[in-house]
Design a protein around this ligand. Structure first.
Ligand code: TYD
Ligand code: MG
Length: 455
């Protein structure tokens, strides 16, 4: 390709191609490909060698007794947990999420918390003027927090400020508003977002200053999404939740310094986000008397057990093609469970619309929820509630067999703590200490159907 030939990049995944198309070959998104200038058209040829001499060090020469990186705890335990036990100096963190979900609120609270823990913090806002950030701080009761504000969008100005102020943590809200004047494309484009993230993370590594980048998830259009910079940072967190619900979940999807899949649970209130120490109690709080279609799943999110409720509705369809609608769970997995119920248990869902929802706006990804989904579907179809105070977990294989899942004991302990008395689980699991819980151990889905619904 000639040097001056145009380049095209996908704003959803960052994939670069030489020609435009309506759909991205890499991620399948529509209308996300836009023209971009190549990052450095006038720099030295890539094949020429740099002047500085590189150095390679034998792995065995590196100190093996080095202590783990010191971490700063913010005091917000839900945030610290998701970071893997606190913020690592010099690390780069990306916090992605839909616009309006509460990222700025979370990070202003985090900024104040880290400042309270003794860090020098700069909050650079490209989206709101200083006065607006101050108003938000007042609403959150953080007016006196020792956080420096910078309402800047020019990357060079921000780096100059950081160079002079030498903060220990800088928060960039948001990466899509940052603008590097040596890159020849509009703010928010793939090249701009990449360049800004690259400069900021390298600065962070060099100076031992941590950086938190905020990235809006964009459905389509000209603005590059947070996925474009995921590979440049140490930790990727997504802030998620349903607009109509007050619960917000901060989920680690990548973490070089801690377990991935860890979640922190918050509640959006009139005075900012408050931490939820016992998510199970919260997710189950809307549950009344056992109703048909409801099954409580004892799940594990990261290192912590979390109970939540699956709700199913099964109704005759007025359409030729029945509907399958899922919120908070994988649609493909639902189709698999419906197929197993039909093929292995002789329970068809043809001609029936199926709706499945996880209460409270929670999103479940564990296959261990298979059995809870199947139980909710069966209960809805039979219009008969599951036995009261019962939790369910287990993975279902295509043959209809139930597979034991990890951390059964932790799941059961949490269920017991919340007052559950029975559990339907796969046979052959490792859970032994279940005093106080009646275990119903099942080898396959057909016996679950038989024992609960007498079919
Ligand atoms: P915001 O943090 O601005 O979202 P983001 O930065 O992800 O775009 O939060 C926006 C929403 O949060 C807004 O609809 C108002 C609501 N909110 C509260 O409910 N309570 C509060 O204390 C604050 C500051 C915001
Ligand atoms: Mg914001």
């Amino acid at each position: 390709m000639a040097k001056s030939a145009p380049q095209f990049a996908c704003t959803a995944c960052g994939n670069v191609t030489s020609k435009w198309s309506g759909r991205c070959d890499a991620c399948g998104a529509w209308n996300t490909i836009h023209e971009e200038r190549p990052l450095s058209s006038s720099g030295p040829a890539a094949k020429s060698l740099g002047k500085a001499r590189g150095r390679a060090v034998a792995l065995s020469d590196l100190g093996i007794d080095e202590p783990p990186p010191p971490r700063t705890s913010s005091g917000l335990s839900e945030l610290d947990r998701v970071l893997g036990g606190g913020l690592v100096p010099g690390s780069a963190v990306l916090v992605g999420g839909d616009p309006g979900i509460g990222k700025s609120t979370l990070l202003l609270q985090a900024a104040a918390a880290f400042a309270g823990a003794g860090l020098k913090v700069i909050y650079a806002s490209g989206e709101e003027a200083s006065a607006q950030v101050r108003m938000r701080a007042q609403r959150l009761g953080l007016r006196d927090a020792q956080v420096q504000l910078a309402a800047e969008t020019n990357l060079r100005d921000i780096l100059t400020t950081l160079d002079a102020e030498k903060p220990e943590l800088v928060i960039i809200d948001s990466i899509q508003t940052m603008w590097a004047d040596n890159v020849d494309s509009a703010p928010g484009s793939v090249s701009q977002v990449r360049a800004a993230a690259h400069e900021l993370t390298t600065f962070a590594k060099r100076r031992g200053c941590s950086v938190i980048l905020v990235g809006h998830v964009t459905k389509e259009g000209q603005i590059a999404g947070p996925r474009v910079v995921e590979h440049m940072v140490d930790t990727v967190l997504y802030f998620e939740g349903e607009r109509g619900h007050q619960f917000r979940i901060l989920r680690a999807v990548k973490n070089r310094f801690g377990p991935a899949d860890e979640i922190g649970v918050f509640e959006m209130t009139g005075a900012g986000l408050s931490q939820v120490g016992n998510p199970s109690a919260l997710f189950l709080s809307e549950r009344g008397t056992p109703a048909p279609g409801s099954a409580v799943f004892a799940g594990i999110e990261g290192t912590r057990p979390v109970l939540c409720e699956f709700q199913a509705l099964v109704a005759p369809t007025p359409h030729s093609q029945p509907r399958r609608s899922v919120v908070g769970w994988d649609g493909g997995r639902l189709a698999m469970i419906l197929a197993v119920l039909e093929a292995r248990c002789g329970i068809p869902f043809t001609g029936l619309d199926v709706y499945l929802n996880v209460a409270g706006g929670m999103r479940i990804t564990e296959p261990a929820a298979d059995l809870a989904v199947a139980a909710a579907l069966l209960s809805a179809r039979e219009d008969s509630a599951l036995p009261p105070e019962t939790v369910v977990f287990g993975e279902i294989s295509l043959s209809g067999a139930l597979r034991p899942v990890a951390q059964a004991e932790n799941r059961l302990k949490e269920a017991q703590k919340l007052g559950f008395t029975r559990a339907i689980v796969p046979a052959g699991g490792s859970a032994r200490d279940t005093s106080g819980l009646t275990l119903t151990e099942m080898g396959d889905l057909a016996s679950v159907v038989g024992s609960i619904f007498g079919a």
